[in-house]
Design a protein around this ligand. Structure first.
Ligand SMILES: Nc1ncnc2c1ncn2[C@@H]1O[C@H](COP(=O)(O)OP(=O)(O)OP(=O)(O)O)[C@@H](O)[C@H]1O
Length: 505
């Protein structure tokens, strides 16, 4: 018995049954015929009572978009899934903390204070967001008046043993949390891509770790989706192209992102998408780039197989949730979820809690593809949202290469054509996008309204109205870091190279 055959959240959002979502397990999607759809797995939407899926018949008027309410719920309203490592998995050694980055030797006038930074260098302005281990503040560098986003992570929160990760030893759970904390700093300090946030400094004091990042003033894609409800296909394709370029770049460097969701996609002042939050990213230990920067993996070469069950369930690939080994392909499934969300206002599977969402992802036959989408978009979604990773589009391998034109694709077969030349990207200039010229010279489809950068107008008032001192600033004495744990954070501090700082200031 399918436990959750009806996506009640999406059903509630439809008006007069004006939209049907159909199963996409194979590519032979049922098509609309004289305003009606018949499909053996057709799902009932609208006010009628739940019926056995095999008997449902639904009348579909003209292809109308969903009428979506502005209500969106942060996926991070729940804690991140606990880190569960299935039995027989490799135990990864804790990442070796890096030595301090190169000291900055450029002029004080342009770059401000030389070398390592301290909290007192920055004046807090307002809260931009909150996460599992701390908050993100808009801050001003008192030496240069430059604005930055400062991510603050409480050491004590990282050190606390999470009861829900009871399948692991406390020691191992801590090792993994520390590994992830350092991973964000280590990974970001090595990356330079127009659609990936820049990291300039990291430092720590007795209570907290600090990451000083480029401030991206246009707010979260989540915020704009909330404002707009749904996005048109050209806009969706534009963001999908920019995200894909960043994801492909990461995969080439042996990094799996693992946390793609609208909260982690920010818009810059020109409306281009910038990926942030690398707290769940994983750099493969066997990746050559981990030894020598700049060395890329071969086209489509898989990143090391991973095992940790991690991420935000709504956007998480089924193989991760199922505790199976997985590769970087999980990010392409998440891209499918994000594209689906932008088009319909909800990710493919939703529910009141993790358990319901997990059940749906694992037990449903496949997500329902919105019938109002173009054939091209249906094909794109169907190819990325395949539960079976072997039948999913292998985007890394088929990024740009267009092999011989395949015959009509059989149901269930994985897509064999190039990602970049897909119909939905017909208006994208990939050369300009991948060189960064597009991001520098043009505006994106949604231009954020920014009258004063310090107001952070594109961020949720839930955060920006928060009193700075109430945003988790006070440290509970019970949460003091014990002296024997102080060494665990050694080597966290970093200053970007002077050439990097010069390029981005
Ligand atoms: N560079 C930035 N510029 C502007 N805002 C940012 C920046 N980085 C983060 N934010 C804001 O802060 C929020 C939380 O940041 P982030 O996701 O990195 O924190 P987190 O602690 O990892 O959160 P979570 O636990 O939900 O993953 C973001 O969703 C965004 O709104």
């Amino acid at each position: 018995m399918a436990i959750f055959s009806l996506d009640e959240d999406i059903a509630r959002l439809t008006v007069n049954g004006s939209c049907a979502l159909i199963d996409s397990e194979d590519d032979d999607f049922e098509q609309e015929t004289s305003g009606e759809i018949w499909h053996k797995n057709l799902l009932s939407v609208g006010p009628q009572p739940e019926q056995p899926s095999s008997q449902v018949h639904l009348s579909i008027p003209s292809s109308s978009p969903l009428n979506i309410s502005k209500e969106r719920r942060r996926s991070s309203i729940y804690d991140k899934m606990s880190v569960v490592t299935p039995p027989n998995t490799r135990r990864v050694q804790m990442t070796q903390a890096e030595p301090m980055g190169t000291g900055c030797t450029c002029s004080t006038a342009t770059l401000g204070k030389h070398g390592p930074r301290v909290l007192e260098d920055f004046t807090p302005i307002r809260v931009l967001g909150r996460g599992a281990y701390g908050k993100v503040l808009l801050v001003k560098d008192s030496h240069t008046n430059r604005l930055f986003a400062m991510k603050q992570l409480k050491k004590a929160e990282i050190l606390i043993h999470d009861e829900s990760s009871m399948f692991e030893s406390e020691e191992y759970a801590l090792e993994k949390k520390l590994e992830r904390t350092f991973a964000e700093r280590t990974i970001l300090s090595k990356l330079e891509h127009p659609n990936i946030v820049k990291l300039f400094y990291t430092f720590h004091d007795h209570h907290q770790l600090y990451l000083v990042l480029q401030f991206i003033p246009g707010g979260e894609l989540f915020y704009h989706l909330k404002e707009q409800g749904v996005l048109d296909e050209d806009t969706v394709a534009f963001y999908a192209a920019e995200i894909s370029s960043a994801i492909k770049f990461l995969h080439q460097r042996g990094i799996v992102y693992r946390d793609l969701k609208p909260e982690n996609c920010l818009l810059d002042e020109r409306g281009h998408l910038v990926l942030t939050d690398f707290g769940l990213s994983k750099k493969s230990a066997s990746d050559p780039a981990s030894q020598t920067d700049g060395i890329e993996l071969q086209e489509g070469e898989p990143v090391e197989t991973l095992y940790s069950i991690i991420g935000t369930p709504e956007y998480c690939a089924p193989e991760i949730l199922d505790g199976k080994p997985y590769t970087q392909n999980c990010d392409w499934y998440s891209l499918g979820c994000l594209v689906y969300d932008m088009l319909t206002g909800k990710p493919p599977y939703t529910g009141p809690n993790h358990k319901v969402i997990l059940n749906k992802i694992l037990k449903d036959k496949g997500p329902r593809i919105p019938t109002f989408s173009s054939e091209g978009m249906k094909d794109f979604l169907g190819s990325l949202l395949r539960k079976d990773v072997l039948k999913r589009w292998d985007v890394d391998r088929l990024w740009a290469v267009d092999g011989p034109k395949p015959k009509k694709k059989k149901a269930g077969q994985a897509k064999t054509t190039s990602f970049q030349s897909h119909f939905i990207f017909r208006k994208i200039d990939w050369t300009k996008l991948e060189s960064g010229e597009l991001q520098k010279t043009t505006n994106g489809p949604i231009l954020p309204i920014i009258t004063n950068w310090e107001l952070a107008e594109n961020f949720d008032t839930e955060f920006t109205n928060m009193r700075l001192d109430s945003a988790g600033g006070c440290i509970d004495p019970k949460q003091e870091v014990k002296p024997e744990h102080a060494h665990l954070f050694q080597g966290f501090s970093y200053v970007a190279s002077s050439s990097y700082l010069e390029r981005h200031f």
